[in-house]
Design a protein around this ligand. Structure first.
Ligand SMILES: [Cu+2]
Length: 560
């Protein structure tokens, strides 16, 4: 090409690139985070509130919008928020976990700036450090389709967020210091529905959660398990729950009487108001332990004068693992619908991609330095005072060692800042192994994965692959692993950054059942990873480092 023509072409590309960015709307949110006293079951609970709300405000956004969330920390402890299931494409700087960000100190503000790139669906946020999640601070995230992409069901009459989760009445600081001293914290005391205590027939709890609906209409409920310790079974008396979406994937519509939602998972269900006008129980019961706790809210038909009464509808046997496993297998990816992009979800044939890496992560309970802790392949995560992301960017020695995460369960227990090295554009088979009797829930930041198989009461072996669903497994960010069993996931390593892999059980994560995956692109280009944020907080060994000025997409990085 002639020099001038090439120059003009570059200008044209630059113009396109900048208009594409500008076309994605900006949303600005201002959050002030405080402790509040919440009256609950004859006690007063210290909860983390956002703008005086608990749960915090629901973030309602659309695919590719740019969010700017200014967080002011009025707690007396350092704070970070994590956006559970938001992939932070090219932008682990905004992920809000201890390995990516320095905390926002008391009295300080920090603005998160990120795009919900190529995502739709149901997620939630929560405070990620210092055991804060046990004090609440969570809220829902809804990402709508862009108008140009059809949703695979008719618009519901309303779109409700239901954040259900177990809760301990003991103050989170007291639980935290018990864990620090190897003391148990026991089971949760209650299940909250959008931060509210269970409805009690007869009216002794006036402050329960209630959803008002009209007869004959269809409603979408976006339900997340925001608890700290237990799986939930969710059901609505006399109504079917039709699963249509989970963590950013549309599913084939699957109608069930009750739905298992494990720690940190999110689902959308459609509910048709096809019963006689009355009030009905909405129940979330803890699973896999004896002595189930019930969170109870009310589905109120407009004009109903009939209070919900009688016994709470029974769910499946909470100890029946096979029920849970079979239900999980029955929920399939909707192959024919578009989601964030117009091409159908099923046009991505994940089952035909050659696997380039096989990893096993086995969770365990260990004792280290006389402390009861949890580990992955024997490594209990040691949280450094410098975020891994900053250590990586500034080449600071002595924070972590690349490739230090064990990829199979060999070696004795050790405290370690374990980091898994993953090649950009590789395709990984990861098997979560659970040798314990307690169900596990695992979450990966940065990339969603296909959950292709589960085993209960069996050891994973290469022959387990014959059971994999290589066609229409759901793509998501959180998966359960059944007791004495395994779960296999496949994922494409397509997002450069430093990504947290963790237990969604708060006590296990707090005591070391987490680590990081480092996805590095040697090309060092802002096309694959955004530049360091200009407002980045520095801490630990990064204190005093200079923050290099903004870096634009270089002309040499544009494909012509
Ligand atoms: Cu996440």
């Amino acid at each position: 090409m002639a020099v001038i023509a090439k120059f003009l072409a570059i200008l044209a590309v630059l113009a396109l690139a900048s208009t594409a960015q500008a076309a994605d709307p900006d949303q600005f949110l201002d959050w002030v985070v405080t402790f509040q006293n919440l009256p609950l079951l004859d006690t007063t609970q210290r909860v983390i509130a956002i703008n005086n709300q608990f749960p915090g405000p629901t973030i309602k956004t659309t695919t590719n919008n740019n969010l700017h969330i200014n967080v002011t920390n009025r707690l007396d402890e350092p704070l970070l928020f994590h956006w559970n299931g938001i992939q932070q494409r090219r932008s682990s700087w905004q992920d809000g976990v201890s390995g990516t960000n320095c905390p926002i100190l008391p009295g300080q503000s920090w603005q998160y700036n990120f795009q919900v790139k190529d995502q739709i669906g149901t997620f939630f946020y929560y405070p990620s450090i210092n055991f804060h999640k046990a004090a609440g601070g969570y809220g829902g995230i809804q990402i709508a389709n862009r108008v140009v992409i059809a949703v695979p069901f008719l618009p519901p009459a309303d779109d409700f967020t239901l954040l259900a989760g177990d809760w301990q009445l003991r103050d989170y600081r007291s639980s935290r210091s018990r864990l620090d001293k190897s003391q148990g914290i026991g089971r949760p005391n209650v299940v909250l529905m959008n931060g509210k205590a269970p409805y009690i027939a007869g009216g002794s709890n006036a402050n329960f959660e209630k959803f008002t609906v009209e007869s004959g209409k269809i409603y979408r409920f976006r339900i997340s398990n925001v608890g700290t310790a237990q799986s939930l079974n969710v059901r609505i008396q006399s109504h079917k729950l039709c699963v249509v979406e989970t963590e950013g994937s549309y599913t084939a519509k699957t109608c069930v009487d009750s739905l298992d939602i494990h720690l940190g998972q999110s689902y959308s269900v459609l509910v048709t108001m096809d019963q006689s006008p009355a009030d009905y129980y909405i129940v979330a019961s803890t699973k896999f332990s004896s002595g189930s706790l019930n969170g109870v809210a009310i589905l109120h038909y407009q004009n109903s004068n009939t209070a919900a009464s009688g016994t709470i509808p029974a769910g499946p046997d909470p100890l029946d693992v096979n029920f849970s496993l079979n239900q999980a297998l029955s929920i399939k990816w909707n192959l024919t619908t578009g989601a964030a992009r117009p091409n159908p979800q099923g046009s991505y044939h994940y089952g035909q991609i050659p696997i380039t890496r096989v990893i096993q992560l086995s969770s365990s309970s260990v004792t280290l330095n006389n402390q009861a802790r949890f580990a992955i392949n024997g490594q209990s995560y040691l949280t450094p005072d410098t975020p891994l992301k900053l250590a990586d960017f500034y080449n600071i020695d002595g924070v972590f060692t690349r490739g230090s995460m064990r990829t199979s369960a060999v070696g004795s227990p050790v405290m370690e800042t374990s980091v898994l090295e993953l090649d950009y554009k590789s395709f990984v088979e990861l098997v979560f192994v659970n040798p314990e009797n307690e169900i596990q829930s695992w979450h990966l930041d940065g990339m969603s994965f296909w959950v292709v198989g589960f085993g209960f009461n069996e050891t994973w072996s290469p022959s387990s692959r014959s059971k994999y669903n290589l066609v229409d497994a759901v793509s998501r960010s959180t998966t359960q692993v059944y007791p004495r069993g395994w779960t296999a996931i496949l994922f494409s390593v397509d997002n450069v950054g430093m990504w947290n892999i963790r237990s969604q059980c708060l006590r296990r994560q707090y005591l070391g059942q987490e680590g990081y995956a480092r996805v590095f692109n040697p090309e060092n280009s802002t096309r694959t990873e955004t530049w360091i944020p200009q407002n980045v907080i520095l801490c630990g060994k990064a204190i005093g480092k200079t923050i290099p000025g903004p870096r634009m997409l270089g002309i040499d990085e544009i494909d012509l």
